[in-house]
Design a protein around this ligand. Sequence first.
Ligand code: DX5
Ligand code: ZN
Length: 216
Amino acid sequence: MQKMIAPSLLSADFLNLGKDVEMVNSSEADWFHCDVMDGVFVPNISFGIPVIQAIKKQATKPLDVHLMIVNPEHYFEAFAKAGADIITFHYEACTHIHRAVQQIKSLGVKAGVVLNPHTPVSVLEDILADLDVVLLMSVNPGFGGQQFIERTYEKIKKLRKMIIEQGATALIEVDGGVNTKNASALFEAGADVLVAGNAVFKSENPVETIKLLKMN
Ligand code: DX5
Ligand code: ZN
């Protein structure tokens, strides 16, 4: 199992985005987590294609684009062209998951499905083998800085069991309320990638916090 950290740029300083991208470049972080919100699927609006394009110009690590939007399949190509290396979309926002996953892969991008806190991991049983990533929401999507939902540990363990049983290769990513106190328990439960927004960007020393999250 891997121990990867994906700082969420939702908590970055948008007036100085280039500075925060450089910080992540210079840190031990593995991916840039980019939260795209449409104000329909989630009650908030963040940023979209032009901002991802700008980040891509400076980023030296993969862009992990988390789509919190309705009709995500209408935008896969645009986000792939903008520089996404991984695209994840919500199970709750898409009817034809299998087709959507194939669409993303045909663009040469890694594909992942995201589950809201209320959605059981069992819904992925027949698609798991096709996925590069499963993103488990450990808060209700829409905002940074929310409290971690403790029930997520059980979901990680169940999903890890499913992955092992099927011999699947999907990475388990966890998003929301991750910090230096719960990171080690999350990796221990079976997570491969931890997203961290506030914990990284609101800390006094983000580079050091990323290191701590990873070593924990
Ligand atoms: C929430 C987003 C998260 C968010 C995490 O809808 O998907 O990626 O930025 O922020 P923290 O780590 O502050 O909970
Ligand atoms: Zn996210």
